[in-house]
Design a binder for this molecule. Structure first.
Ligand code: TXA
Ligand code: MG
Length: 347
């Protein structure tokens, strides 16, 4: 039985918050909105509670969880120490879509840290998330609220559809404004290292703490893309449709997609396209989703567009490739995974 309630972020109903917070205190799971994606939360300090998260998602239990807090100072009870760079980044970007990794204290159980000696901590800016964590009075472990392998949910309807019956509570709280998961930065070494790009970019962090590195595997996979590499099916952010990224100049992308659409041999195959507004009008296809005219909008709409393509019954989705500047880094990281790194060059 899942308790499902709507909350307006601008007029928060504290009775519902308390009801959901009680579920969390009782060791149960609650899905709640954040500014990035919906999270599937449980008491981060309670092993049995944290285990329920993995069960609900069907997630491998060696993948560590992010611990969410409601106030900056709570981090001191979770990690061994907060070094100077961590302090600066937290002061600049919290509350917000930045997750920091630091050596953990013993109160963090292995289930939450995936057996690691470090823990990931983040303070969300979404007001519902903040009110819920505060009311619960405990740190909340929360991965994205999707079944493992599927696109992360950024709309209330996504979680209601996919997770009803799998968790104790769902707070339906509108759309997630950033739409991509938080930037994860490892602060255990001399130089901060980005493990997952997000809306807080490398450049934004470098302004605060100087040099920031990016996990080389994130970049390498990008560099090593093989056109249509068969069998490279990564189960990450995957819709039911087969996703291909079309890369090139805008005009070439339009031409290539229209060509691919003309060439499709099987009339029963439904083709979908996701792209920015400037080329959306010029594309011939069965289903099209306009992601918007800025990278911020593309980020906010990306996962929803993949989920919508499933609902429209698309068999193949062609996605425009984006630049990897700024937030484009995070967009392409997610898009590449959802496409299993399949890229078609448009000349
Ligand atoms: O925006 C977000 O971060 C969302 C919302 C709900 O807050 N949460 C989220 O959680 O994306 P999840 O579990 O889907 O992703 C957590 C990421 C994973 O890639 C995990 O491997 C990494 O953070 N991570 C967590 N703890 C870590 C640690 N101690 N060391 C290295 N990576 C860690
Ligand atoms: Mg996830």
């Amino acid at each position: 039985e899942t308790l499902i309630k709507k909350i307006d972020e601008n007029n928060i109903d504290s009775e519902i918050i308390e009801e959901m917070a009680k579920l969390l205190r009782d060791g149960k799971t609650v899905i709640f909105p954040t500014e990035t994606v919906y999270g599937l939360g449980a008491n981060a300090l309670d092993e049995e509670a944290a285990k329920k998260i993995y069960e609900a998602k069907g997630r491998p239990s060696d993948n560590p969880l992010i611990v969410h807090i409601a106030e900056k100072k709570e981090i001191y009870s979770l990690v061994e120490s907060v070094n100077e760079k961590a302090e600066k980044l937290i002061n600049e970007f919290w509350p917000g879509p930045l997750t920091v990794i630091l050596p953990k204290k013993d109160i963090i159980p292995d289930v939450t840290s995936g057996g690691l000696e470090t823990v990931a901590v983040r303070m969300p800016s979404n007001k519902i998330a903040n009110a819920l964590i505060k009311a619960a009075g405990i740190p909340i472990a929360a991965p994205s609220a999707n079944i493992s392998g599927r696109p992360s949910p950024t709309r209330a309807e996504h979680v209601k559809k996919e997770m009803t019956g799998r968790v104790s509570g769902i707070i339906m709280g509108g759309d997630c404004c950033f739409g991509l998961e938080s930037t994860v930065v490892d602060l255990t070494g001399e130089t901060p290292m980005i493990l997952r790009p997000g809306s807080i970019t490398k450049e934004m962090m470098e302004e605060i703490v100087g040099n920031v590195d990016m996990d080389s595997s994130l970049l390498k996979k990008e560099d090593n893309i093989k056109a249509k590499a068969p069998g490279m099916k990564y189960t990450h952010y995957s819709p039911k449709a087969d996703v291909f990224i079309i890369r090139g100049e805008k005009e070439s992308i339009i031409r290539k997609i229209n060509e691919l659409y003309e060439e499709k041999s099987d009339e029963n195959q439904k083709i979908g396209v996701i792209c920015m507004s400037d080329i959306a009008r010029k594309i011939k296809t069965d289903e099209i989703i306009d992601l918007g005219d800025t990278y911020e909008k593309v980020a906010a709409n990306l996962f929803d567009s993949l989920i919508q393509m499933d609902e429209k019954g698309a068999d193949i989705v062609y996605a425009e490739a984006f630049s990897t500047e700024g937030v484009g880094q995070a967009i392409m990281n997610r898009l590449m995974k959802s496409a299993g790194y399949k890229v078609i060059e448009a000349e």
